[in-house]
Design a protein around this ligand. Structure first.
Ligand SMILES: O=P(O)(O)OC[C@H]1O[C@](O)(COP(=O)(O)O)[C@@H](O)[C@@H]1O
Ligand SMILES: [Mn+2]
Length: 321
């Protein structure tokens, strides 16, 4: 019989916050310096170092890429001291590398952790995503609906008009038709240049962010991370993997995905209770960015547990040499 301890979400939560914090601090001096790669690398190094201090037997299931393309935090990499529960880890050490390099809003360090088998092993392909906030009957908007129908369905459910709905969409040429169709309903669109984990998370708190719905195609790894966040904050999300060629399909099959056309709900992407931490790198509507003052640095981290629905905002201040 295995003597491996169980995943204890309360015990591990603080450790997870530290991982996100340190990744953000490592990229602090690279905010606004135009060097995406350096900012990303600094966050990756710090995240890996911190993860390896935790008493877990961790496996990266959503990471920086496959082993042959990512020297660190690759999919399948084992992290942690090995003395502790078996856990799955999904991470994006710097979600919004371009946002960081250009000092634009909503760059985050992101990490989620759950028991083994708790998160979809999505390969690094695109995902078609749709998300709304909490408090609505399951399935009132679906990926199968045309964009305009999603808007009208949500407006009807909210008891408002389409013009009162704000949709967040990544500004990409591939979304031109979707944008036009959503605009034709009278709805407002918040276009973002990057960062759809934050984009989806905005839906969970529409009173603060002003965003009612997220839709469009972005990274599948970011999709699973966003599903983990919404599982903690409340809200619906669905995602369908998108494949551009046979190589991408082969990657999915290698990751154990059989039905390539399947639409996953939030709880099918994240099947057990998880913990989630994100630290603001640049300031945005979810979190303030890193504050740099002579002699000290300050970060703010969102730390959440889906089991309890608890959401903490933690400010961390550390002296610099
Ligand atoms: O830029 P693309 O190819 O449209 O991909 C979109 C993805 O890139 C991002 O905007 C930024 O991700 P990274 O900073 O981690 O590269 C994600 O939020 C989004 O899912
Ligand atoms: Mn990312």
């Amino acid at each position: 019989m295995s003597t491996q301890p169980e995943f204890h979400d309360r015990m591990l939560a603080l450790g997870l916050a530290r991982v996100a914090e340190q990744a953000a601090l490592a990229s602090a001096t690279l905010v606004g310096r135009g060097d995406e790669k350096a900012a990303d690398q600094a966050a990756v190094n710090a995240m890996r170092e911190q993860l390896n201090m935790l008493d877990i037997s961790g496996v990266v299931v959503i990471g920086e890429g496959e082993r042959d393309e990512a020297p660190m935090l690759y999919i399948g990499e084992e992290v942690g001291t090995g003395n502790g529960p078996g856990v799955d880890i999904a991470l994006d050490p710097l979600e919004g590398t371009t946002l960081t390099a250009k000092d634009m809003p909503n760059a985050l360090t992101v990490i989620a952790m759950g028991p083994r088998g708790s998160m979809l092993h999505a390969p690094d392909v695109y995902m078609d995503k749709l998300a709304i906030g909490p408090g609505h009957p399951e399935g009132i908007v679906t990926l199968d609906m045309p964009p305009a129908t999603r808007v009208s369905a949500l407006a009807t459910e909210k008891g408002c008009l389409p013009k009162d709905i704000t949709v967040c969409i990544l500004e990409r040429p591939r979304h031109e038709d979707m944008i036009e169709e959503v605009r034709s309903t009278g709805a407002s669109i918040r276009l973002i240049t990057d960062g759809d984990v934050a984009g989806v998370m905005h839906c969970a708190d529409s009173a603060t962010t002003g965003i009612d719905m997220y839709m469009g195609q972005g990274g599948a790894p970011e999709g699973v991370l966003a599903a983990a966040a919404l599982k903690c904050m409340g809200g619906q999300m669905s995602g369908r993997l998108l494949f551009r060629n046979d190589d991408e399909k082969a990657r999915a099959r290698k990751a154990g995905i059989e039905d390539l056309d399947r639409i996953y709900t939030r709880d099918e992407m994240v099947t057990a209770d998880v913990i989630f931490a994100a630290t603001g790198v640049t300031g945005g509507s979810l979190l303030p960015g890193i504050k740099r003052e002579p002699g000290w640095l300050e970060t703010t981290t969102l730390l959440m547990r889906s089991k309890s629905g608890s959401v903490r905002r933690m400010t961390y201040r550390t002296p610099t040499e």
